[in-house]
Design a protein around this ligand. Structure first.
Ligand SMILES: Cc1cc2nc3c(=O)[nH]c(=O)nc-3n(C[C@H](O)[C@H](O)[C@H](O)COP(=O)(O)OP(=O)(O)OC[C@H]3O[C@@H](n4cnc5c(N)ncnc54)[C@H](O)[C@@H]3O)c2cc1C
Length: 469
């Protein structure tokens, strides 16, 4: 034991994993490690709701898929420790998506229009277009759709031409922001395998790590100030919301970037001395998306229970007024009748500004969604009202302030990773700094996802273990 201490700021998956690695190392005693979490619960943006369903199923209100299933560390560690059995606990919900539009009855692709393939081509073209050079100008996804159509219209059937740009808006449900804001340069995703839907609820992974760590965990304790090299009893001093302070040798900062970039306000963290300018400038070049979810439970299944998911494309023209209107934005729907056969439930993903609107007015969710969802009706009766509605609150949560990092046109995610990864000399707080950063977009592989957050927590802790030895 070194007698050195570590304070971990934030009890999401990255902070919990950091504590786990530190404790496992044998280099730190449990008394030397403390987790400080601002909210009254652990897990951060992993939040499994096991209470609200009237049909007895869990809902992940935050992360739900194991993305990059070929390389996902959380998935593989969970399989290895026996907490996740893919054949029982997971479902690959990646049957070709059924696409609907207002002006068309039934799924669009029944006529062999091959729209899913065109969407794949558009994504590939985006990747190739920006591979031409680092200085190729960024543009919004909407503008990019025009470039694609201009160049490839010779390949496209009239139906494909009609739906191209509306289809591309499907990306809104990845990033949680509207297509007119999405950076085309950073939109293509380098998937490392399929997406495995977690039927068990991702909360299991949080519960498992928590069961493995027996250090002090202080909930409802917000870190308000970080004094670097404070010359206190130990190297750094953290001031807390209850007015007390903690002196510590090492700090792992895992708060969402939406908190780290705050310059003022009750959730901001004051740094003394301030964070170096390149760090704050890098934080200004990345922003938070607002992916939201609405869960609707019904008495009966009135949609096609054989489809994994549905995509409802928006109208061609949107007014983008103050209050979002049905049909202005696409929606993406997870069919729970497939995830849990026989379950009459749909989980609908939304993007900014719809998420902000519905999270502020949850009672309006059905009114907003019903016109679009009615396109899925294959029953002989009219669409029934839901018996239960659950709406997320990520944009209302002051310690999340959205869902996860998203890149808007003109922004750049690379700098923040370089500044916060702790891997580069003379950058950020320096490769040798005893303050380490972790969390969903402080790492390139798995950025934005739970496995990226988890790996970054591990990276920070492993560095501290080596340094403290
Ligand atoms: C709606 C939604 C859907 C998602 N879907 C997926 C998905 O399907 N698959 C996937 O891989 N990922 C998904 N994600 C992303 C994933 O949830 C996150 O990348 C991951 O959980 C982030 O973990 P983290 O530890 O970096 O941050 P967090 O989980 O946010 O943890 C940070 C913690 O810091 C705390 N905190 C903040 N400020 C302070 C302070 N001053 N002092 C002390 N504590 C503080 C917060 O309360 C929080 O608990 C989704 C997220 C959302 C919201």
């Amino acid at each position: 034991m070194t007698g050195k201490s570590v304070a971990i700021v934030g009890g999401g998956i990255s902070g919990l994993k950091a504590a786990h690695v530190l404790l496992e190392s044998g280099v730190f005693a449990k008394e030397d490690i403390i987790i400080l979490e601002a909210q009254n619960r652990l897990g951060g943006r992993i939040k499994t709701d096991r209470e609200s369903s009237k049909l007895g199923v869990p809902y992940d209100l935050g992360a739900a898929w194991f993305h990059d299933a070929l390389t996902n560390s959380v998935l593989y560690d969970s399989i290895e420790n026996g907490t996740f059995v893919p054949s029982k606990d997971g479902y690959f919900d990646d049957k070709d998506i059924a696409i609907y539009a207002k002006e068309h009855d039934g799924p669009l692709d029944t006529n062999n229009w091959k729209l899913a393939r065109v969407l794949e081509d558009m994504e590939k073209f985006m990747e190739l277009y920006y591979m031409e050079g680092l200085d190729v100008k960024d543009m919004s996804l909407d503008d990019f759709a025009k470039v694609y159509v201009d160049k490839y219209k010779v390949f496209l059937t009239p139906e494909q031409l009609q739906y191209c740009s509306r289809l591309l808006r499907y990306f809104e449900l990845w990033f949680g922001i509207p297509s007119y804001e999405i950076s085309a340069k950073y939109a293509p995703m380098d998937h490392q395998g399929r997406n495995l839907y977690d039927k068990k609820g991702h909360g299991f992974a949080v519960d498992h790590i928590v069961s493995q760590i027996d250090c002090e965990i202080r909930k409802e304790t917000q870190v308000t100030r970080i004094q670097r090299d404070a010359k206190g009893a130990r190297r750094h001093r953290l001031e807390l919301s209850d007015g007390s302070s903690i002196d510590t040798d090492y700090v792992v900062v895992t708060v969402p970037l939406s908190i780290l970039k705050l310059k003022e306000g009750p959730q901001s963290i004051t740094w003394e001395p301030p964070l170096p300018k390149p760090v704050t400038e890098a934080l200004d070049k990345i922003s938070m998306g607002a992916l939201g979810k609405v869960v609707l439970e019904f008495d009966i299944i009135w949609w096609d229970k054989t489809q994994d998911r549905f995509n409802i494309v928006p109208d061609e023209v949107s007014s983008h007024g103050q209050v979002p209107q049905s049909w202005e934005y696409p929606i993406f729907i997870i069919n729970y009748a497939r995830v849990f056969p026989g379950t009459a439930s749909l989980v609908i993903l939304t993007q900014s500004p719809v998420t902000e609107y519905l999270e502020s007015h949850p009672a309006q969710a059905w009114q907003y969604l019903k016109p679009m969802l009615s396109k899925l009706n294959i029953s002989s009766f009219s669409v029934p009202d839901p018996i239960n509605t659950i709406v997320t609150d990520w944009t209302k949560n002051p310690f999340a302030r959205g869902a996860y990092s998203a890149i808007r046109t003109g922004e750049c995610p690379d700098d923040v990773i370089i500044q916060l990864s702790g891997e580069h000399d003379g950058v950020g707080l320096g490769a040798g700094s005893t303050i380490r950063f972790a969390g969903e977009y402080t790492i390139a592989d798995g950025g934005g996802c739970i496995h990226g957050a988890y790996d970054s927590g591990k990276r920070a802790a492993e560095w501290i273990v080596e340094h403290a030895k």
